[in-house]
Ligand binder design. Structure first.
Ligand SMILES: [Zn+2]
Length: 234
C-alpha cells in the first residue's frame, strides 16, 4: 500500500512539473563583457558590479601597469577572466606564431594573477576584424579554427555599447546602444574598461538597472556559453 501511495505521489509530482514547464518562459541572460583593461576604471567598474550584485567577464590585456592587480581582484570577487591580448598591437596577426606568442604572454599573466589558466578568449577587434588583412591574409580563418583545437572558445558579441566608436563617447549614447539588446533572449554586451572610458563607467549602473528591470539574469561566460560568433572576414 505504501508503495502504491508513493507511486501516486510521484505521478502527481511529475504532472505538476509538466504543467509548470509549459508556462515557463525562456530565461533571459545578459553577459556583461569588458575589454582592454585593467586600468584606473577597473576598480570603479568592480565597485558598481558589487553594488548591484552582478558578475561580469573581463577580457584582459598586459597594459594595465599598476592596475594589473585588478585582474586578481576581479577573479577573487567571482568575475570571469578571459584573455584578450598582452600588447593589443595588431601586429600579432602577422602569423600564427606571433599570435600565440602574445596569447601565451597574457595567459601567463592571468595565471600569475588568478592561479589558473583561462579557456576563453576574445580576439583584438573580434573575429570579424579586417585590420588583420594588413598583416596576414586569411589569418582569422586559421586562428578561429586553431584556437578551438587548442581547447579555447573565442567570444565575439551580439550587442555593442559603441564605447569604442571614439575615445570616450557620451554616456547617453553608450546607454542607448546597450539597450538595443532588449529583443534578444541572450545578450553578450561589448564594453571597455580601458583608461579613457570614463563614460562607460557612468553608463554601467543605468545599463544594469535597465536589464534587471527587464528580468535578465547576469552571468559570466564560460567555455560552453553562447559565443556570439561573427562572420570571419579575413
Ligand atoms: Zn580590444
Amino acid at each position: 500500500m505504501k508503495k502504491v501511495l508513493f507511486s501516486i505521489m510521484v505521478c502527481f509530482l511529475c504532472l505538476g512539473m509538466g504543467i509548470s514547464n509549459v508556462g515557463a518562459k525562456k530565461e533571459k541572460v545578459i553577459y556583461l563583457t569588458f575589454d582592454d583593461g585593467p586600468s584606473k576604471n577597473t576598480p570603479k567598474v568592480l565597485k558598481i558590479l558589487d553594488q548591484y550584485k552582478v558578475k561580469a567577464t573581463f577580457f584582459v590585456t598586459g597594459n594595465g601597469g599598476k592596475y594589473t592587480k585588478y585582474i586578481g581582484e576581479a577573479f577573487n570577487a567571482g568575475h570571469k577572466i578571459g584573455a584578450h591580448t598582452y600588447t593589443h598591437n595588431y601586429k600579432i596577426y602577422k602569423s600564427k606564431k606571433s599570435y600565440y606568442k602574445d596569447l601565451n604572454k597574457i595567459q601567463n599573466l592571468i595565471v600569475k594573477q588568478t592561479g589558473q589558466k583561462t579557456d576563453i578568449i576574445r580576439f583584438p577587434g573580434g573575429s570579424s576584424n579586417t585590420v588583420s588583412r594588413h598583416y596576414k591574409k586569411g589569418i582569422m580563418k586559421k586562428l578561429t579554427k586553431d584556437v578551438r583545437k587548442k581547447g579555447y572558445q573565442y567570444f565575439d558579441w551580439n550587442v555593442s555599447s559603441g564605447d569604442a566608436a571614439s575615445v570616450n563617447p557620451k554616456t547617453s549614447r553608450i546607454v542607448k546602444n546597450a539597450k538595443k539588446g532588449k529583443s534578444k533572449n541572450t545578450i553578450v554586451l561589448l564594453m571597455h574598461d580601458s583608461k579613457p572610458k570614463t563614460h562607460t563607467v557612468k553608463a554601467l549602473p543605468k545599463i544594469i538597472k535597465y536589464y534587471k528591470k527587464k528580468g535578465y539574469v547576469f552571468k559570466t561566460l564560460d567555455i560552453n556559453s553562447y559565443a556570439a560568433h561573427h562572420p570571419v572576414n579575413n
